[in-house]
Write a protein that binds this ligand. Sequence first.
Ligand SMILES: Nc1ncnc2c1ncn2[C@@H]1O[C@H](COP(=O)(O)OP(=O)(O)OP(=O)(O)O)[C@@H](O)[C@H]1O
Ligand SMILES: [Mg+2]
Length: 358
Amino acid sequence: MRAGLEILGVTKTYANGYRALHGVDVHIPDRRLTTLLGPSGCGKTTLLRLVAGLERPDAGHLIFHGEDVTSKSAEQRDLSLVFQNYALFPYLSVEDNVCYGLRMQGLSVASQRERSTQAIALVGLHGLEKRMPHELSGGQQQRTALARALALQPRILLLDEPLSNLDSNLRRHIREDIRALQQRLELTVLYVTHDHAEAMSVSDRVVVMQEGRIVQIGSPRDLYERPLSEFIAGFMGDAATFDAEVNIQGLVHLGPLQIGPYPGLRRGAVRVVVRPHAWRIAPASSAGLPGKVLRSAFLGPSSEVCVRTTLGEILVQIPSEGTAYTPGAPVSLFLSAQGVSVLLPSIFSNVPEPLVQL
Ligand SMILES: Nc1ncnc2c1ncn2[C@@H]1O[C@H](COP(=O)(O)OP(=O)(O)OP(=O)(O)O)[C@@H](O)[C@H]1O
Ligand SMILES: [Mg+2]
């Protein structure tokens, strides 16, 4: 038995015949924060609702700490869900919102008060207990929803895009709070988002979904540095992909550039994913990939330089303190090992197997 939640072969077809999940297999480890990441409509909420017991799968099983909970109701599963739009009860105060579920569970008034005081303090809302939802900011409302879920002391906390209604500063602030709370209380959290930066910043593990399937599972670094497909590479941040050739020694040829050798790479065509920070730029010389600067943008600590080359237009990210490159300047591009990975054509269609990391 593995601690945590095992999702085994779960398939879900809606009443209109639409199949939203196709045989999903994933382990959600205990005391960790796992993120479901994927574009709109890929089935994240559907999977979360199945875990919560709000929907039933057509096939497959949900095993929670070794116990099959597939046919158990939502109440019997001992988990809390914070929805995409966190709907607080508008006519209940912060405290009463937080106590609501506890009352439903039949806790004594004294225990309700103790748990809610604790949860409200945990999310930093101490002093606002008597406020009504309309007297709170968006962030405070979001924290109230979180306190309401935490007060239930669930075995798993399910968060469906909990920051979607907040501005970017608040999103960052609250996601840091959620992560800190999760680590301090060692909570098991399943967190849904379509924002890769959010997923990277809060997660122990990220599960990437595409069209009702899991396409990769790994740490934020794994997914960024070793994406299994162009879709994942692009979804995890800026990336350009190029056709390249592997020679008999395992060297990867990308235009005039050569990287490697990499044992295990077989001779033939591959696609290479390159992050903007993997490029090095230098004044034009006979070495490297020749190009001409099209434009550059200062972004604070780093700058982006767009270079026209025979491989197409390439976006290069460089530290701002270095040389400034002005439009029209002839340059040469080189590749560093960090931020380059090879996609092998044979694995495009099927899931996970680690990729070669350059
Ligand atoms: N009740 C339903 N009946 C039929 N199809 C549905 C139903 N609910 C969701 N779907 C479809 O199932 C697919 C997955 O929906 P889901 O809500 O799980 O996506 P999501 O990944 O959470 O997307 P988002 O990021 O936009 O919230 C979508 O194509 C959606 O249109
Ligand atoms: Mg959703």
